[in-house]
Design a protein around this ligand. Structure first.
Ligand code: ADP
Length: 399
């Protein structure tokens, strides 16, 4: 079956067409600047085609998706003859609250429940819903599935998801840890068990998803038992532009000193902090790393803090699971930056962890990067959220 995978944001939309039998990506691309002017990127992966970029007006998401569908069936560069060859659409949905512990077929009742989660992810969920509605209008007879970033973490025990605040706030407003990147943490931890040749339900894994957004997840016997992101994706690690953990008291202090309101402070923590805020260079790890390699203190301090916080979480999650068998690195930084993986693992000698520095030179490939006599296996595993979404989608629509 051919599955169209859609990840719809407020002004952009990523898509892939995946043949679920061969798991081959037939086409992929993105729409950018939706509602502003519009830019369509399309790549026919089937014949190894180059990326085609066209500036084309897309005032609405529906028009953007129409352009994507036109490109997919374009007689010259398309990968399908007819839209009827799309068997299902899988949508990434950021927040499923406590309502969704797994992926689900999207019907009116489910969409209402997703809408009720909008308050929890005001930047993401409404955009996800717009993408779903637009696809439904353009492909009314094609089954659609929602795959939630939060779903995998719904197995967390109460002690891990409750914050130390008045329990009434949890009961009234559902303020708690939800966690994100669930599709990636699930995919990577499963792959790790497969690569080890061990049953998924008998391995203790820590997954470090290190991209612009970054989170760590403790997966015990196939279940997420803790994760660093919380009610929102702001909690946890130092990220590209997000601060991660800070003393909530610092927010009031900063607001007073700089004469800001709460929204402005949160905006700073989301957009002007993290690697960018610490380094004053860039939110992109490569730029920060280059500066550090040149000996610039602003690069060094950002990089050191970034790695230290990750190592602390690995220590915490080893305690949470009373041990760890595998540590996995994934996403842009985790997959490609061997030096960063080494720096993090240098904190973990007490676990009996030893790296294989030659193997750790790997970029963007699945590989064991710890030494043969290491007590903990360390792996580089490229994530593939689109494939995971396609698999979930097919599983549900063929049930
Ligand atoms: P997201 O999907 O969250 O936007 P990505 O997973 O694409 O993010 O990761 C982006 C990050 O990965 C950036 O900080 C970038 O610098 C880093 N990155 C990408 N390629 C490399 C590389 N070859 N070496 C080091 N870092 C890299």
């Amino acid at each position: 079956m051919n599955v169209l995978v859609i990840n719809c944001g407020s002004s952009s939309l990523k898509y892939q067409v995946i043949d679920s039998e061969t798991e081959e990506v037939l086409a992929k691309g993105l729409c950018e600047r939706i509602g502003i002017d519009g830019r369509l990127v399309y790549q026919n992966k089937k014949n190894g085609g180059e990326k085609e970029v066209s500036e084309v007006a897309m005032p609405t998401h529906k028009q953007a998706i129409q352009l994507v569908l036109d490109a997919i069936v374009n007689p010259k560069t398309g990968v399908l003859k007819d839209l009827s060859e799309i068997g299902a659409v899988g949508h990434r949905v950021v927040h499923g609250g406590e309502k969704f512990a797994s992926s689900t077929i999207l019907n009116e009742e489910v969409l209402k429940a997703v809408e009720e989660c909008n308050d929890l992810a005001p930047l993401h969920n409404p955009a996800n819903l717009i993408g779903i509605r637009a696809c439904q209008e353009l492909m009314p007879n094609v089954p659609m599935v929602g795959v939630f970033d939060t779903a995998f973490h719904q197995t967390m025990p109460e002690k891990a998801y409750l914050y130390g605040i008045d329990y009434d706030y949890y009961e009234k407003y559902k303020i708690r840890r939800y966690g994100f990147h669930g599709t990636s943490h699930s995919y990577v931890s499963k792959r790790a068990a497969e690569m080890l040749g061990k049953p998924y339900d008998q391995v203790k894994t820590i997954v470090c998803h290190l991209g612009n957004g970054a989170s760590v997840c403790a997966v015990e016997n196939g279940k997420s038992v803790d994760t660093s992101m919380g009610l929102t994706p702001l909690e946890g690690l130092i990220m590209g532009t997000r601060s991660g953990n800070i003393d909530p008291g610092a927010m009031e202090y900063l607001a007073k000193k700089e004469n800001l309101n709460l929204e402005q402070v949160v905006q700073i923590l989301n957009k002007k902090s993290g690697l960018e805020g610490l380094s004053h260079i860039s939110s992109d790890l490569r730029d920060v790393r280059s500066a550090a390699e040149e000996g610039k203190p602003e690069g060094i301090r950002a990089l050191e803090a970034f790695c230290y916080h990750i190592a602390k979480y690995i220590g915490a999650y080893t305690a949470a699971m009373n041990g760890v068998d595998v540590i996995c690195f994934t996403a842009g930084i985790g997959e490609n930056a061997g030096g960063i993986r080494s720096k993090i693992c240098n904190y973990l000698g007490y676990l009996g962890l030893k790296m294989d520095e030659e193997a750790n030179k790997v970029e963007g490939e699945e590989r064991i990067i710890s030494a043969a006599d290491s007590k903990v296996t360390v792996m580089c595993i490229p994530t593939n959220e689109e494939l995971a979404i396609a698999r979930e989608t097919v599983a549900l629509v063929t049930k």
